[in-house]
Design a protein around this ligand. Structure first.
Ligand code: GLN
Length: 539
């Protein structure tokens, strides 16, 4: 069967939760036995978000095959419990780059290159490539941005053309909008939705379904009004209320008949939706009692999206223990040796996530030292592992001058050094050590116990590494290198004994955590934190 396409657009405002809607639809279709895949099309001109500041973009999500992608890919993977690939995330930048490459090669045989058809053809190629790579029955494609943005016009034109080429029963358009509630008038307003749909219609796209995000339940008459004015049957109008528990959304959309409608419209032969394991999990999620206090010490803590997968992985691990996770977001640049106790005194676990650059790194090292000395469970990720090793060199081995070449390329003891194959002046985009690499776990180590197997694969995104020439001195001083890449001998995990939990990884375990399958390192960390009661902490 050739792939069918569901195109998800958004209107009225951004941050509507389109990504969560698309993920919910993915989950529902998958639960009916349909082979799905998901894709995000971002209108910005960066080739990928890897070069963008977290302030601009939030987290960069890394796929197993090493693509630096939009954080929505993280939602998709977690909700549909499926790995996605580099084909699943494209940007205008990537599209234009391919067009320009072809133009320089002379592939267009002298034609004048235009947005229509050359750019739109390239977009359609990339959508079809993603469908082919995934061998999916249904590819759900979310168009980033809001209808009406200049940047997203070529994408909308491309999906309009796809309906023409693929046919009615192979394409489905679903538009997400906001129905604002005006407190003073005590009314919800459908006009912005009408305008937004009109804008889509002007571009030649008639939505098959509309999803209305709303704070309050909508009346039958409002649904009827939207149906009439937007030219969508009433059974194609869905509401997505602000959910107390976001994981309820797929269940509520299912109750409204969303997956039935999509399956019928696309002529899909499917089973009944089987949502039992999701339902059981959501119920247990709602029954969580008590909270585990985790301090997350990072550079961009005012922007929680910068650590979205880390936060999700903590929540998944907590939920599997029946506990909430309370995260204290601590700005690393504020931490000093003098005040660290006042910031971290309540933490049952301390997490130092990935990061770049020297700013705030001293504060992170203070947090790591505090965790190490006070025997508070500690999980370090990527930059967090690198700083844990520098801290250990400085305060346990006694190498005051130990540092990372990232901060001082000429430092005397580059405990953390540039990876082989990387050199100063390398192009920034897409050149780090990215994606899955395997890691051999040492017999008898904590890491081995947690994973319960000898070899694991996890995802990476870094330019620097532990400098193996110092390995012996570290081991003599008690550091255990419990995870090693078998091909390059690069250190992937380090841990300490005689500590409730002190473990750090060069890879990012947060990217593989799923609601029903928490990542083993997060689970171990959260379990250890749960076991720490505040009075047991060493003073
Ligand atoms: N800045 C460090 C490096 O490039 C760590 C990167 C990270 O934490 N993702 O190696």
């Amino acid at each position: 069967m050739s792939t069918k396409y569901v195109f998800v657009t958004g209107g009225v405002v951004s941050s509507l939760g389109k990504g969560i809607f698309a993920s919910s639809l993915g989950l529902l279709l998958k639960s009916r036995g349909i082979k799905i895949s998901m894709m995000k099309l971002d209108p910005y001109l960066n080739v990928d978000p890897g070069t963008m500041s977290p302030y601009q973009h939030g987290e960069v999500f890394v796929t197993a095959d090493g693509a630096e992608t939009d954080l929505d890919l993280g939602h998709y993977e977690r909700w549909i419990d499926q790995n996605l690939t580099k084909e699943c995330s494209i940007t205008s930048g990537k599209v234009y780059m391919s067009v320009m490459d072809k133009e320089r090669r002379g592939d267009y045989l002298g034609a004048c290159i235009q947005v229509i058809p050359h750019v739109t053809d390239e977009i359609k190629n990339k959508i079809r490539e993603a469908a082919k790579a995934a061998k999916a029955d249904v590819l759900i494609c979310e168009i980033g941005g809001t209808v009406g943005d200049i940047e997203s016009l070529p994408f909308l034109e491309a999906i309009r053309e796809m309906r023409l080429e693929e046919g009615m029963d192979s394409t489905f358009f679903v538009h997400n909008t906001l129905v604002p509630y005006l407190r003073a008038a005590d009314e919800t307003k459908t006009k912005p939705t009408q305008h937004s749909v009109k804008e889509l219609q002007e571009l030649g796209i008639q939505p098959d379904a509309i999803v209305l995000r709303s704070e309050v339940p909508l009346s039958e008459s409002q649904i009827a009004k939207i149906s009439l004015f937007c030219n969508v049957p009433k059974y194609g109008v869905f509401t997505a209320l602000d959910e107390k528990v976001v994981y309820d959304l797929p269940l509520h959309l299912h109750e409204q008949g969303l997956d039935d409608y999509v399956a019928k419209r696309l002529n899909l032969v499917t089973n009944e939706a089987n949502l039992s394991s999701w339902k059981t999990w959501v119920n247990s999620f709602k029954d969580r009692e008590g909270a585990i206090e985790i301090a997350l010490v990072g550079k961009y803590v005012e922007l929680k999206d910068a650590y979205l997968s880390v936060k999700s992985a903590l929540v998944h691990a907590g939920a599997s223990l029946g506990k909430n996770i309370h995260i204290s977001w601590i700005k690393s640049s504020l931490l000093t040796q003098e005040n660290v106790d006042s910031y971290l005194g309540k933490a049952q676990g301390i997490l130092v996530p990935g990061g770049f650059g020297e700013r705030g790194s001293e504060g992170k090292k203070e947090a790591i030292r505090y965790a190490r000395e006070r025997k508070i469970p500690f999980l370090g990720i990527c930059f967090g592992m690198q700083l844990a090793l520098i801290e250990y060199a400085q305060h346990v081995i006694g190498w005051k001058e130990a540092d990372s070449a990232e901060f001082d390329p000429h430092c005397e003891k580059p405990v953390i050094d540039l990876l082989r194959g990387q050199y100063d002046g390398i192009e920034l985009g897409g050149t780090m050590r990215l994606g899955n690499y395997s890691c051999l776990l040492k017999e008898g180590s904590l890491a081995r116990k947690l994973y319960g197997k000898e070899i694991v694969e996890e995802r990476h995104r870094h330019r620097y590494e532990f400098n193996s020439r110092f390995r012996k001195e570290f081991e003599d001083a008690g550091m255990i290198f419990s995870g090693i890449n078998p091909d390059s001998q690069l250190v992937e995990i380090c841990e300490l004994e005689n500590h409730p939990f002190f473990l750090a990884s060069q890879f990012h375990p947060e990217f593989t955590s799923r609601p029903l399958k928490p990542n083993p390192l997060f689970l171990g960390f959260v379990e250890a934190a749960n076991a720490i009661s505040l009075k047991n902490k060493v003073a």
